[in-house]
Design a binder for this molecule. Structure first.
Ligand code: GAP
Length: 456
């Protein structure tokens, strides 16, 4: 992993993973656009997440709910009243800061060595050393208006999480699918939060994606089911995302620090170059959400156990994952600088290689003819087109083969297929492995199955 986040930010822009948002207009602070490769990487992460947590299980169903919901949803969920951060403002330069962020940053300064600041009143503005105001609450939900009138009757909000859609549809899903507890409703979607201090590249932004599920249970089973999900989350990071597990911190949130309705919360944190911070989480939310929605909507949201006839509000365990943070982690884990041999005996050169797990790589196979001559390039293009039916393929015939290998390494392409003049005769191509750089000669007729086996 790079010590310096900037190296990854720069590679992302250079190679088309992530661009600064609205750049030709001078940008928009902390907004980012996923480029051709970033989009593919994100799709692959979402597909893998869906396969692991939803498709391969018999106890999960899907949902894709609206981003703009009836505002009563946010009254019931508590977001209108409580979804806020505390901010302080500098009386001199009028910059605004999140109180917890400013305290955290100040506590790292040598002058606070002997007693860390507890309140913002003890701290000065980091921009101009001015005095800060008392903290005040700031609601993070983005407001909008439905239709042509902009008044309180038409006020609506962009969802700050996807969970609410799953709670308000609980009865619909239950009736439509005739599920029995325990079962989960999962969705992936865009969320919006008017963060006071976004930053650290795509770590904290105002528009991001969440993949999460509400797993409805009988409360008597909660401890066992919480452990089951913790185990699955470990498997996800180890087997699917294939990260260095030493970089994860399993932070059991103590009594008194959890949301009042949560009986257990574990934050899964990551050792980012900018510090140990939250990656995603899992919480036992009891029956808080369904009971609030039952009360505010007046609808009966209870479940009747078909065996015991017991009628109760299901409880919920909620694993939640920031898609963009998972993508950031996959970039950080993949980024490798190493020495690689050149074509000259005994000589090496530095290479940057993105060692993504092969199934996540945005480009799976690169087809590289050794010459641009028509007889070679026409065969190579046909081969690339054929491989496109099964793989994400890049075709590149410009510059030396060494430079082309480096370019593919830098975007993490697991296999490069080179076609030379011998290929026209022996009907074989050379396949180069990204990580070992080993090369193998393979019959063109076997190539597709060879690559399929490699990706499985
Ligand atoms: N339904 C629970 C929920 O929304 P959360 O911890 O507030 O929980 C879920 O958000 C996840 O979304 C976080 O663990 C994090 O991965 C991601 N996330 C939250 N705020 C974010 C932001 N401003 N930018 C990017 N990702 C964010």
């Amino acid at each position: 992993m790079p010590k310096d986040l900037e190296k990854v930010v720069s590679l992302c822009k250079r190679r088309g993973f992530i661009f600064p948002g609205s750049e030709i207009y001078g940008g928009l602070a902390n907004s980012w656009d996923y480029g051709p490769l970033g989009h593919l990487l994100k799709q692959n992460i979402k597909k893998a997440w869906w396969k692991f947590f939803v498709q391969e299980r018999s106890d999960m169903v899907a949902l894709d709910s609206a981003i703009i919901m009836n505002p009563k949803v946010w009254e019931a969920s508590g977001h209108l009243q409580n979804f806020s951060d505390e901010l302080v403002e500098c009386k001199k330069c009028h910059h605004r800061f999140r109180t917890d962020h400013i305290l955290e940053a100040a506590s790292l300064k040598p002058e606070y060595d002997k007693g860390q600041p507890k309140t913002a009143a003890e701290v000065k503005c980091p921009e101009c050393d001015g005095e800060l105001t008392d903290p005040k609450s700031f609601n993070l939900m983005f407001k909008t208006f439905l239709g042509t009138n902009e008044d309180s009757a038409t006020t609506a909000y962009l969802r700050p999480e996807t969970a609410a859609g799953m709670f308000v549809n609980f009865k619909n899903v239950l009736n439509a699918t005739r599920r029995r507890l325990p079962f989960g409703i999962a969705q992936i979607g865009k969320c919006f939060r008017n963060e006071i201090t976004p930053g650290n590249f795509i770590f904290r932004t105002r528009e991001f994606e969440i993949g999460e599920f509400e797993y409805f249970i009988n409360p008597k089973d909660w401890e066992k089911i919480f452990e089951m999900w913790l185990g699955e989350i470990k498997r996800w990071w180890q087997d699917v995302m294939q990260i260095d597990m030493e970089n994860l911190v399993w932070h059991e949130i103590e009594d008194g620090e959890r949301a009042h309705y949560s009986k257990r919360t574990v934050d899964i944190e990551y050792k980012y170059p900018f510090g140990v911070k939250e990656l995603h989480g899992i919480a036992y939310r009891t029956d808080f959400d369904l009971s609030r929605h039952e009360k505010v909507s007046g609808e009966d949201l209870k479940y009747t156990d078909p065996e015991t006839n017991e009628k109760f509000l299901p409880h919920v365990i909620e694993p939640t994952f920031g898609i963009d943070r998972m993508l950031l982690v996959s970039l950080l884990e993949a980024y490798t600088e190493e020495e690689a041999p050149t074509s000259k005996d005994g000589e090496t050169e530095a290479r940057i290689v993105m060692k993504f797990p092969k199934h996540l790589a945005p480009i799976q196979v690169a087809v590289l003819p050794l010459s641009k001559k028509e007889e070679l390039s026409s065969v190579s293009r046909d081969l690339a087109n054929d491989l496109r039916k099964n793989f994400s393929v890049d075709y590149d015939e410009t510059q030396s083969i060494g430079k082309r290998y480096r370019r593919q390494d830098e975007v993490g392409t697991p296999y490069c297929v080179t076609i030379d003049f011998d290929s026209l005769v022996d009907k074989k191509v050379t396949v180069r492995d990204r990580d070992t750089m080993a090369q193998e000669r393979i019959d063109i007729s076997d190539l597709k199955n060879y690559l399929i086996a490699k990706f499985n």
